[in-house]
Design a protein around this ligand. Sequence first.
Ligand SMILES: Nc1ncnc2c1ncn2[C@@H]1O[C@H](COP(=O)(O)OP(=O)(O)OP(=O)(O)O)[C@@H](O)[C@H]1O
Ligand SMILES: [Mg+2]
Length: 257
Amino acid sequence: MAQIRAENVEKHFGHVQALGRLHLEVETNEFVSVLGPSGCGKTTLLRIVAGLVPPDGGTVYVDGEPVTGPRPNTTLVFQHFRLLPWRTAEDNVAYGLRLRGMAKRQAREEVRPYIEMVGLEGFEKSYPYQLSGGMQQRVGLARALAIDPEILLMDEPFGALDAQTREVMQEELLRIWNATHKTVVFVTHSIDEALVLSDKVVVMAARPGRIIETIEVPFPRPRPTNLRADPVFAQLRTRMWELLRTTEPEETGVAGG
Ligand SMILES: Nc1ncnc2c1ncn2[C@@H]1O[C@H](COP(=O)(O)OP(=O)(O)OP(=O)(O)O)[C@@H](O)[C@H]1O
Ligand SMILES: [Mg+2]
């Protein structure tokens, strides 16, 4: 079980209303993507769901329990890999387990399947500076998976990667999701990425951050390899493109982070 329900969630930063009475439901084992313009509150939403910051109003429930702080069954994967530069790939992956008090040797044992899952065999002893961006992001992904959370919150995890590496990582994530069936909330700026990966896409608008549309993605799983050539894919892409265009805020000089 790992069902998320956000009810009337509000967040202000000074005069900026980052989120305004937002509702979101994510079913157990569902993969939901969040699309929206910069500054519409996507990261804020993930941080609230993760229990890292409290909302000013409303409540997030996980399996019916109000979220009041970080939970062991939920992890957040950041856009920037946030690896520890002085630790090897394997020790970065093991870091979450070490934080939970596991001995180093055992943690290294435990993370081996996750290192294989993300295709990093042979690079266990490399330091982050010796790894490409895509490999660093694999380390970040393996670190999140190694904790074996029920809920994975991913904040533009592939945003810093080149287009080709990004598609490879999408394939990897689909494969991992097919094997593990986590509940995933995935923030992205890429319509294609959202369509390829998700069961459902929510589109947000800014100031206040809110959900303006929820779109069910009808493609079967495992996803066909030629998905992008499907006419329904093109239709959905056009629809989302138009929605996003209407959500672009007027020039106000207030930039999102
Ligand atoms: N810690 C903070 N202090 C002040 N304002 C903040 C803080 N965090 C977010 N904000 C503001 O809240 C709004 C939403 O920010 P958030 O980072 O959630 O947007 P986002 O949708 O993730 O944007 P992006 O796509 O650029 O990452 C923005 O106007 C931002 O400036
Ligand atoms: Mg963000």
